[in-house]
Design a protein around this ligand. Structure first.
Ligand SMILES: NC(=O)c1ccc[n+]([C@@H]2O[C@H](COP(=O)([O-])OP(=O)(O)OC[C@H]3O[C@@H](n4cnc5c(N)ncnc54)[C@H](O)[C@@H]3O)[C@@H](O)[C@H]2O)c1
Length: 360
């Protein structure tokens, strides 16, 4: 099946389309995965990463594109799910010609796939890709882009956290709660601001001394702890993973004292089954891909011509979506992660079906 080497069979995953793109001169090897266009063109970023093998690149794009379909569906967007990977070390091979060659492959899909930034690709790269294709978002402000997506990501996480607080404590506020934030990066910093404005007490950690210095000078009332293990074991009401994926594993769940988890990090559940461990311990998990959709809402808005207030309003809706998911989970006796998947699948099926009504 593979073009660059032998690979697993993507047919087994239910994807609509998987495209292998190669340009030997520039060293471009890319795979574009379109999981679903039931709700509209597939939107998802391009990850530029030195995968160990073509199989690893393919597995990642299949996984990520499927995840985007669910995220975009629950974000209420008229967009399907897709993602792309460029296989190689961006430090070594990223060039204008390579990005433009990639842009031409995106254009060749005629709008079935919109690309954006992801790990290893940045706003200026999107501007280069845009010289070859109309189907790119996440561009610079000078080119009509939305700018820093972490602003609305943090806002959406805060809204999802409010919904989870309401489910557990009866009121949609973090006022008087102790919230542990792991990761004071682009999203974590804005989230801390929202939490303090809401009257929460914040405990935080980061591995980067500059991030800790930022906290000390900007928000001296924030309590800093040594590392994530200390944060997880601390006396906190809410845990907000805002660093890397896999934050919720057997070890962290066993010692976690928080009653609510809501954070920005992608793929927080280290393995399938962690959501059940959390439920068994009475910890409410607001699914990551639901609460961190503010960023994709922002770049999706750019496709229409960016309007910050319109995008913020939609990101505020993450409160309602999270509430609906948590109520469904409670009513059906299922973990919130399962309820979220069900709602996303329902929207893809119900709204996607409308395309069978023929229009001239
Ligand atoms: N930026 C967005 O719009 C967006 C959207 C959706 C999801 N996310 C996800 O949210 C998370 C944070 O994104 P970001 O844009 O703020 O990234 P970032 O790189 O700006 O920040 C991550 C922070 O986590 C810290 N960190 C790394 N390892 C750590 C550890 N072991 N313990 C404590 N801190 C650690 C880093 O030092 C950094 O300050 C990522 O998982 C990202 O995929 C971001």
């Amino acid at each position: 099946m593979g073009v660059f080497a032998s690979t697993d069979d993507p047919d087994a995953t239910g994807h609509e389309q998987v495209v292998f793109c190669q340009d030997k001169q520039t060293g471009l090897k890319a795979i574009i995965g379109i999981y679903s266009t039931a709700l509209g063109p597939a939107l998802g970023g391009t990850r530029f990463y030195p995968y160990a093998s073509e199989e690893a690149a393919l597995a990642d794009v299949l996984d990520l594109s499927r995840g985007m379909a669910y995220k975009n569906a629950l974000a209420g967007l008229d967009l399907g799910g897709g993602k792309a990977v460029i296989w190689g070390d961006p430090e070594q091979i990223k060039s204008e010609a390579l990005l433009r060659a990639y842009g031409r492959f995106v254009q060749s899909l005629g709008g079935r796939y919109y690309t954006a930034c992801d790990v290893g690709t940045y706003v200026p790269d999107m501007d280069v890709i845009a010289r070859e294709t109309r189907y790119v978002t996440g561009r610079s402000v000078e080119h009509g882009g939305a700018g820093d997506s972490s602003i609305l990501t943090a806002w959406g996480v805060f809204q999802g956290m409010r919904a989870a607080a309401e489910q557990v404590w009866g009121v949609p506020t973090l006022h008087g709660r102790r919230v542990g934030v792991a990761g004071l990066g682009k999203v974590g910093k804005y989230l801390v601001g929202h939490l303090l404005d809401d009257g929460a007490e914040v405990v935080a950690t980061d591995v980067n001394p500059r991030a800790l210095e930022w906290a000390r000078t900007t928000h001296p009332q924030v309590t800093l702890v040594d590392d994530t293990s200390a944060l997880v074991a601390a006396d906190i009401d809410v845990y907000a993973p805002c660093a890397l994926g896999g934050a919720l594993n057997d070890d962290t769940v066993a010692v976690l004292r928080a009653k609510v988890i809501a954070g920005a990090a992608n793929n927080q559940l280290a393995h399938p089954g962690v959501e059940k461990l959390l439920a068994d311990r009475g910890i409410l998990y607001a699914p990551d891909y639901v609460v961190n959709a503010g960023g994709v809402i922002q770049v999706a808005d750019e496709i229409e011509g960016f309007d910050f207030e319109r995008a913020k309003l939609r990101a505020t809706g993450i409160y309602d979506t999270t509430r609906e998911i948590l109520r469904l989970a409670e009513a059906d006796g299922i973990p919130p992660a399962v309820a979220a998947d069900r709602l996303a699948e329902r929207r893809m099926a119900e709204v996607g079906r409308l395309r069978t009504i023929h229009l001239r």
